[in-house]
Design a binder for this molecule. Structure first.
Ligand SMILES: O=C1O[C@H](COP(=O)(O)O)[C@@H](O)[C@H](O)[C@H]1O
Length: 264
């Protein structure tokens, strides 16, 4: 059974025995927020990331989730995307399409992916414009306390350097406040060209989940969650800056990723 507790300001922490337990808990949680959001405003606006997260969501295409989820009400976005062709193996869109979206009944017009034929700068601007239109038409809710969209659920992975979305340690993208989507041409992790949601958008969501697995993430998890006696600049650890202002934050991890947490 998962070891679960709530930290006074870092949200709820769930340390799972193994990957199977984690993936079942994660898809249960997604199904729960999907149902609640559809009941509340008729749609579920979910934001995906790339990386290991997608395989941990694999149970969504299996019974009972494939049948109980109201896929037609899903609107799908990405917290970050690599600026490569949609058919490229580095594409976060391709990863989700091949392993999840092509296997369930999400309307193609509800899948909000980037334009892969333009520069990173243009792709970021177009992506933000598309989201602004969806906020204007109220498909995506607006935040009550910021000039940002309020997504129902943002799912983030975390790198061993503590990056979330494509917000990397000490990168200028971390301090962008006025844009919803920004771009990078110098990502420390390949490929170099990416677009990413900015922190104000992530922190305006109704629910944010960070998923981390494996021992290589243990140090970053410790620095992102535990109370540290003497803190370095938090810009060196993007995951520590995830702090929804009016929403819930949950950390899903396996035992190796949670192994350096004070409580564990
Ligand atoms: O490059 C990226 O990495 C992160 C973390 O990936 P993981 O494989 O270590 O889980 C991912 O969340 C992000 O979307 C992706 O573009």
């Amino acid at each position: 059974m998962a070891l679960t507790w709530t930290h006074k300001d870092r949200g709820e922490i769930r340390v799972h025995e193994n990957l199977l337990e984690l993936s079942i808990d994660l898809v249960d949680y997604i199904a729960e927020i999907s149902e609640a959001s559809i009941k509340e405003h008729g749609a579920f606006c979910i934001v995906l990331s790339g990386g290991s997260l997608i395989s941990l969501m694999g149970k969504l295409i299996e019974p009972p989730y494939d049948k109980i989820i109201d896929w037609a009400k899903w609107y799908v976005f990405w917290a970050d995307e690599r600026v490569v062709a949609k058919s490229h193996d580095d594409s976060n869109y391709k990863l989700a399409k091949d392993n999840l979206l092509s296997k369930v009944f999400v309307f193609p017009r509800h899948i909000c992916s980037i334009n892969d034929t333009v520069s990173a700068e243009e792709a970021a601007a177009e992506y933000e414009f598309a989201i602004r239109q969806m906020v204007r038409t109220r498909t995506v809710a607006a935040s009550d306390n910021s000039d940002c969209p309020k997504f129902d659920l943002i799912l983030l992975g975390m790198g061993s350097d503590g990056h979330v979305a494509s917000l990397f340690p000490n990168h200028p993208a971390l301090v962008v406040k006025d844009d919803w989507v920004t771009f990078l041409t110098d990502s420390p992790k390949p490929p170099p060209e990416r677009i990413t949601f900015t922190l104000p958008v992530i922190n305006s969501a109704a629910n944010v989940v960070v998923v981390a697995t494996g021992e290589s993430k243990a140090n970053a998890i410790h620095l992102a969650i535990d109370d540290l006696p003497k803190q370095e600049s938090s810009l060196s650890l993007p995951a520590r800056l995830v702090h929804p202002s009016n929403g819930n934050l949950i950390w899903f991890m396996d035992k190796p990723a949670g192994s350096k947490l004070d409580k564990v």
